[in-house]
Design a protein around this ligand. Structure first.
Ligand SMILES: C[C@H](N)C(=O)N[C@H](CCC(=O)O)C(=O)O
Ligand code: MG
Length: 366
């Protein structure tokens, strides 16, 4: 099973409703899809969105990194030599974690196919059903309350509420949602770096004093402000989760050393794929720290891979935010992972179970 070609295309899927955070607003998922073909006719599928405001990666940079740096290292290589292939992806160039993730996902897909097993089973097994939260975009208070009630009625038992736009309105947003769904859903806040450390402590203490129980607060302060993150962690009861502050294993080690957060949000697009995500989960497990498996606004190709990893690492990945496919108006990807609102069920096909991604748009040539 030797790699013969690596093809790229663009998958564009409309969202049910615009996705709005403190960092950006978008109304489509737009992923670069990777198809790694082998000489015996197999295909491994991977994908990556361009979340430039978080990873720095654009569609153009993902295409260039794969085409000019990663693909040339892999052509002709045997899928069975998996760990060396992964090392070649990671050492092909610095950063560019989304491009590396897209290719790693395709390689883990093919490795599963080689061994005739769903990839989560090769990663250690686990329960094939995982339960995700859903994002409530930051918006007018009435709209966020209506979206939250709707999500609970659709069966979501955890809401990821986007805040970080205006501290006073944010407190009111959360109080109103809490009043509307109290006892029916866990509330997770994600400020996407929108607060200062002092603002975060003020808002969270105000909510705690008002009896609003929050399961966690994600990335309250700027990504690079690790001392601000620690400041918040030390002053509120609500568990603090690091997202944009940590990409790979070395940053996680530093975060743990500083005791700057309580939980880590692992995303394949930050780690550069499954290999770095596994390392983070293992480091967190050693330190008795819980993790979330998260995603960017991305399609079911890469979210299926994240769900496989979450299933296999459920001892340490105790929270799931894999709602990309649930936010989409439709899913053109042909695969056997079932995304049914809050419930994600892994299939029995080998690899990640994707068999085709129809309707891909051409990506620019050089
Ligand atoms: C889609 C997921 N629930 C989510 O909210 N991810 C964001 C970033 C997504 C993006 O901007 O594409 C996060 O956790 O910050
Ligand atoms: Mg986040």
């Amino acid at each position: 099973m030797k790699i013969s070609t690596i093809e790229l295309g663009m998958l564009r899927v409309p969202l049910k409703t615009p996705f709005k955070t403190a960092l950006r607003s978008v109304d489509h998922v737009e992923d670069i899809i990777v198809r790694v073909r082998t000489d015996d006719g197999a295909s491994g599928w991977g994908g990556a969105p361009a979340t430039a405001v978080i990873t720095g990666d654009t569609h153009g940079s993902i295409i260039d990194a794969i085409r000019h740096y990663i693909a040339p290292k892999l052509i002709g290589r045997d899928i069975a030599d998996h760990n060396r292939n992964i090392a070649l992806v990671q050492s092909a160039l610095e950063r560019n974690t989304s491009a590396k993730a897209a290719v790693e996902i395709a390689l883990y897909d093919l490795f599963g196919q080689l061994h005739g097993a769903p990839t989560y089973q090769l990663l250690g097994g686990g329960d094939p059903v995982v339960s995700t939260d859903i994002t409530i975009s930051v918006d007018y208070i009435d709209k966020m309350v209506a979206d939250s009630i709707n999500a609970v009625e659709r069966g979501f038992s955890a809401l990821k509420i986007k805040v970080g736009k205006d501290i006073g309105v944010d407190i009111e947003r959360v109080r109103a949602i809490h009043a509307a769904v109290e006892g029916r859903a866990l509330l997770r806040l994600d400020a996407n770096q929108g607060w200062t450390a002092k603002q975060a402590v003020f808002a969270l203490q105000a909510l705690e004093d008002a009896g609003v129980h929050l399961e966690l607060v994600e990335q309250p302060v700027k990504a690079r402000d690790l001392s601000g993150l620690k400041f918040v962690t030390e002053r509120v009861h609500t568990p603090v989760m690091a997202d944009e502050s940590v990409f790979g294993p070395s940053e996680v080690i530093e975060l743990i050393r500083m005791r700057a957060a309580d939980i880590i949000n692992i995303k394949l697009m930050k780690t550069g794929g499954l290999s770095g995500a596994i390392q983070i989960a293992d480091i967190a497990a050693v330190h008795g720290m819980e993790c979330m498996m998260g995603c960017m606004l991305e399609s079911s190709v890469s979210v299926a891979a994240a769900a496989h990893l979450a299933a296999a690492k459920s001892q340490v990945i105790t929270k799931i935010d894999l709602d990309g496919p649930s936010l989409c108006a439709n899913d053109p990807v042909i695969g056997d992972t079932v995304f049914n609102e809050a419930e994600i069920t892994l299939g029995t096909r080998s690899g990640f179970g994707v068999t085709d991604v129809p309707g891909l748009l051409p990506v620019r040539s050089d």
